[in-house]
Design a protein around this ligand. Structure first.
Ligand code: GLN
Ligand code: ZN
Length: 754
């Protein structure tokens, strides 16, 4: 059998690409120097892949920012406003990704969106009246030849036309159908050129096939590939899918002259039954994605081999592969120093996954009498950790009443109104205040053991006092302590709860040069001590106004961690929810009346197929949130907060969280959310963020007054809160203060009109 991977992380083992790129942006190195750094990295990666024993090496997965953007540039999808800047190619590329402000002009970046159900973000290509599709880019071809010069006959890869159309923005009233012929022709030309350069295989990524498809979608797909596949000559075309199954397109794919089909058997387990029922044509090689490209656990060889044995009943033409690009996992376990050697054996990042593929291939050919097989089976023979039986028994015994807060929301809100005695249009913030250099230094010093806990806490308390004073002075109604003790809203809670592990260097690209370092859910999660009680109670002791307690919700903690594979996500989320329930009740016991449970990532793991939304996800994610808050007194007000995505399509599920109040990010989407809230008669009281905290721009008082008026046109005044649209930790202090002063003044002004 042959082995391959769909793609490799490009940021480098020590994030070399990030640092080189940032230097270029700061004019500390030249374009040539950045290109050389990129070249060294990709060559090192190809050689690593080859040295591990992988047979087919992909190219085209390297990028200075994003491969969807690379494909757009390849196809001349560069909006006229960027061409007008007349920048050098690399600068034009970065202008598309990040915007440009300088002597040549002032252009905002193309927009950026989440890549399917991952935390990676792609740049959204634009099609408009000026679009002239033409295969003009050179990067794809150059990288293929670069690999060839090293003796590697690589498999060039790019985003396929169908997915490209599905993910792009269409302006000037244009639609995807307008571009089918020209796009198909350009891809055909690319394929012809790659064939001319000697490419044996060419990989076209079409993950959009794992969304729900209708007849019109499939027709588009056929039109595109009818043209493209005529151009392949003796090159072989791999249609690569990932993140789900091809239930509605497999029959069609089978009829088209593809040479390879990449299927994800990890996130798309349904694929197995689909090919079983429909058969695999003799002419089609199956690229079987069996090593998880999105998670960090060792593969269970016994299970993989059993699966492959089954697959071999259907076809002899199988290539072993990853379920998705390895872009979504960190580079290597080798640089982890805070996870014990024993525990590291359970982990496989990108580099280790290469070895796994080769080992599985070897064992399949030569039998299980190998050390690798024995070591692997030993890992799965005994549990990785001691199960928390008491906790799991408690979860098994939960009844519907445990997920149901009483009395019902309208009654509670009336009780809370009396208890809290807040004005109409109450003002608040989302939780964090600026994480200044001093705040970060204080945390770093404590972490390194340079200061003791007393000094560390004293600094944070001073910072809290300073910001409480400001909040009181400007007249905010519900105050926060500022979250100065938190590095990251998930990592902070993970570190306090039992059951998590953390990496030193487990960076995963989020977008461009930005990375995230998700914690690992190692075992059963439980609360062993109070987490936020001290800081919140301290803040409340300093003021007569209400201080809002601040927690990260169970679904967000799960979605921004590497989850377990030995139990369903539902169970881990319930465990986290019970831990947080303990925290909520503890805060309540200590006199905290308002508690916010943030769920910015609620939408993140929504299944790609709408038909699976409830069945596979919302049916347990929504109850998990409810479990956190279900036991509090009616007088305690539960808030939640959501941002980073549009929520219109799951608005009912959000209302069903049964929170008392929710703050939303709404300002960037032009408040279209308000119409949706109105339409569904949204019951949760709501603070649609009145200004965008992602920009340093200070909104004026009158501007915010207008926005509040706009909100009042759509929703009853008694239901509305006034707040920014997210936490303020990334902002500078002066702009933060002025924006909040204007916000509170605006709320007061409108209040007087009511
Ligand atoms: N309470 C958090 C903060 O203010 C919320 C962050 C978020 O929504 N991403 O920082
Ligand atoms: Zn937010």
């Amino acid at each position: 059998m042959t082995t391959t991977i769909i793609g490799y992380p490009r940021i480098g083992e020590k994030r070399e690409l990030k640092f080189a790129t940032q230097k270029y942006w700061k004019h500390q190195i030249t374009a040539d120097e950045l290109n050389t750094a990129g070249q060294e990295l990709r060559q090192h990666h190809w050689q690593t892949i080859q040295a591990a024993g992988i047979d087919q090496v992909p190219t085209g997965d390297f990028s200075f920012f994003d491969t969807t953007l690379d494909t757009a540039v390849l196809l001349n999808l560069i909006p006229a406003r960027f061409k007008k800047l007349a920048l050098a190619p690399l600068d034009e590329y970065f202008a598309l990704a990040r915007g440009y402000q300088g002597v040549a002009g002032d252009e905002k970046a193309l927009s950026m969106k989440k890549w399917f159900n991952t935390n990676y973000h792609y740049i959204v290509p634009e099609f408009d009246n000026d679009t002239e599709i033409r295969a003009q880019g050179t990067k794809l071809f150059e990288e293929f030849q670069e690999a060839k010069s090293l003796g590697i006959n690589a498999r060039p890869s790019l985003i396929g036309p169908y997915t490209l159309l599905r993910l792009s923005r269409f302006l000037d009233g244009r639609t995807p159908d307008d571009f089918l012929p020209s796009l198909a022709a350009a891809y055909a030309e690319i394929v012809t050129r790659l064939h001319g350069l000697g490419a044996d295989w060419i990989q076209l990524d079409e993950p959009a096939l794992v969304y729900d498809q209708d007849a019109h979608d499939l027709d588009r797909f056929t039109q595109l590939y009818d043209t493209i596949l005529t151009a392949k000559g003796t090159s072989r075309i791999l249609l690569q899918t990932y993140f789900g199954d091809v239930r509605d397109s497999y029959k069609l794919i089978k009829t088209l002259p593809f040479d390879g089909l990449g299927l994800d058997f990890v996130e798309g387990p349904e694929n197995a039954a689909i090919i079983e029922q429909n058969g695999v044509p003799e002419s089609l090689t199956l690229f079987a994605g069996i090593v998880n490209g999105k998670n960090i656990w060792r593969t269970n060889y016994q299970q993989s081999l059993a699966f492959l044995a089954n697959l071999n009943r259907l076809t002899d033409h199988v290539v072993l592969s990853t379920s998705s690009s390895l872009l979504h996992v960190p580079y290597t376990v080798r640089h982890e120093h805070h996870i014990s050697e024993d525990e590291k054996k359970y982990l496989a990042f990108a580099e280790e996954k290469l070895t796994e593929l080769v080992e599985i291939d070897h064992i399949q050919a030569n039998g299980t009498d190998t050390l690798a097989y024995k070591e692997n089976t030993a890992l799965f023979a005994v549990p990785r950790y001691a199960e928390n039986k008491t906790l799991n028994a408690k979860i098994a015994a939960l009844t519907p009443a445990d997920y149901q807060r009483t009395p019902e929301r309208a009654t509670r809100l009336a009780i809370q109104a009396k208890e809290l005695n807040l004005p109409v249009l109450p003002t608040t913030t989302i939780g964090s205040f600026p994480q200044t250099a001093a705040v970060r230094r204080n945390r770093a010093k404590f972490r390194r053991g340079e200061i003791d806990e007393a000094d560390y806490t004293a600094f944070n308390e001073e910072e809290t006092k300073r910001w409480l004073k400001f909040q009181e002075e400007i007249g905010l109604d519900v105050l926060v302590h500022g979250e100065f003790e938190r590095n990251d809203m998930v990592e902070y809670f993970g570190e306090q709860l039992a059951g998590f592990r953390f990496t030193d260097n487990g960076w995963v690209q989020s977008y461009g040069t930005r990375g995230v370092k998700p914690p690992i859910i190692w075992g059963d999660v439980a609360r062993t001590h109070p987490i936020t009680v001290d800081t919140t109670v301290f803040a409340q002791s300093q003021t007569d106004k209400w201080v809002k307690g601040m927690l990260t919700g169970p679904v967000t903690i799960l979605n921004w961690s590497f989850p377990r594979e030995d139990v369903p996500n539902k169970l881990s989320t319930e465990q986290i929810a019970l831990a947080l329930q303990g925290e909520v009740l503890d805060l309540e016991k200590h006199g905290i009346k308002i508690i916010q449970i943030d769920e910015p990532a609620l939408r993140e793991n929504l299944p790609l197929r709408q038909s699976d939304w409830y069945r596979k996800y919302l049916d347990w994610a929504v109850p998990a949130f409810r479990l956190v808050a279900s036991k509090v007194q009616p007088t305690t007000q539960i808030h939640t907060h959501m941002c980073y995505s549009e929520f219109g399509d799951i608005i009912q599920a959000i209302d069903d969280l049964d929170a008392d109040v929710i703050s939303f990010e709404a300002s960037r989407a032009d408040f279209t959310l308000l119409d949706v809230l109105k339409k569904v008669n949204f019951q949760t009281h709501v603070g649609p963020g009145v200004y965008d905290i992602h920009s340093p721009r200070i909104p004026s008082e009158s501007e915010i007054v207008d926005i509040i008026h706009h909100i009042l046109e759509k929703l009853p005044a008694e239901n509305i809160w006034i707040n920014p649209d997210c936490g303020l930790k990334t902002r500078e202090e002066p702009e933060t203060k002025q924006a909040l002063i204007n916000m509170v003044a605006a709320a007061k002004q409108v209040r007087e009109e009511l």
